[in-house]
Design a protein around this ligand. Structure first.
Ligand SMILES: Cc1ncc(COP(=O)(O)O)c(C=O)c1O
Length: 292
């Protein structure tokens, strides 16, 4: 490289706040020492559930909804929650305070616990983890993204389990296809994306999202509430053959509220640009969360 000047790449620099504590089984623990024993079933068998929500302006966004879902996930995989809902809420608020977390996220994890025989669940371990995180607000990927259809359904669709093995393994295939994520389908029915829910806009500004076989997304739930006052809404089975009639499509998820979808496999959605309904809902979402 002699004689050639090396250019420093221009990088966006974020100053992430230092996370000092996590809560392990209700005890505030130095983040660097927050560990589980190797016999936990989350490690040995991938058995456990989790949830994830944002802290915005020092407040958890939609905390009660995420608590509902976390308890429901535990029930669906038959793990017993070691604390009451009030105790868990207190742990979240205490951890947020201990880290002086203004902007970030909290991850709740309930594991299968320590298993003597490496199979039978023990007492579940409950982790409340703080993340320094800059949530992208507003329309991320404003130019829109491509999805690739993948025939797959998660094992316990309505539970947020720790098992994202399929999605993680598929990441190279997606990269090669220039795709942002997979769009799962089963028996000709569209389900969800690997880490988000899917919405379509059909003729007449009809907003539609699959009804079953999916994670009931918290963002999805609130988008449905917002849209209900603005346009016709349908929560129903959506077949893969309907994709070609979609005028618009977008993904929703906690850390990227609305991501416009402009292509699914070789099918261009609408005119290949984020559409007016997607933009309208994105703006409405901004207003909606301001008052939460
Ligand atoms: C499989 C799956 N579907 C949907 C979602 C979107 O849910 P939420 O809006 O609650 O983040 C997620 C989020 O992680 C997910 O993992």
């Amino acid at each position: 490289m002699k004689g050639r000047r090396r250019r420093t790449p221009i990088k966006k620099v974020y100053f992430y706040q230092m996370i000092r504590f996590h809560a392990i089984n209700g005890r505030l623990t130095n983040a660097a020492e927050a560990t589980l024993h190797v016999s936990d079933l989350a490690i040995l068998r991938g058995y456990g559930v989790f949830d994830f929500f944002l802290i915005r302006n020092g407040q958890p966004l939609f905390l009660e909804d995420y608590l509902d879902r976390f308890f429901n996930s535990a029930r669906l995989v038959e793990l017993e929650m070691p604390v009451s809902r009030d105790e868990l809420r207190d742990q979240v608020l205490e951890l947020k305070k201990a880290n002086a977390l203004e902007k970030g996220a909290i991850r709740l994890v309930l594991t299968g616990g320590y298993a003597e025989d490496s199979f039978t669940p023990g007492s579940p371990n409950l982790l409340v983890l703080a993340h320094a995180y800059h949530p992208p607000m507003g329309l991320t990927h404003p130019e829109g993204v491509k999805l690739v259809l993948q025939e797959f359904q998660r094992e316990f669709p309505e539970a947020k389990t720790l098992n994202y093995g399929y999605a993680i393994r598929m990441r190279h295939q997606l990269q090669d296809a220039g795709a942002y994520a997979g769009l799962y389908h089963q028996d000709q029915q569209v389900l969800e994306s690997s880490r988000s829910n899917i919405f379509f806009v059909f003729e007449g500004r009809v907003l539609a999202t699959p009804a079953d076989g999916i994670l009931p997304g918290i963002t999805r739930m609130h988008i449905l509430k917002i849209a209900d006052t603005l346009m016709p809404v349908e929560v129903r089975p959506i077949s893969t053959s309907e994709i070609r009639h979609a005028r618009e499509a977008f993904l929703t998820g906690s850390n990227k509220p609305i991501v416009p979808v402009i292509q699914i496999d070789e099918q261009i959605i609408g005119n290949g640009k984020p559409g007016p309904v997607t933009r309208q809902l994105s703006a409405a979402w901004e207003d909606y969360i301001q008052i939460r």
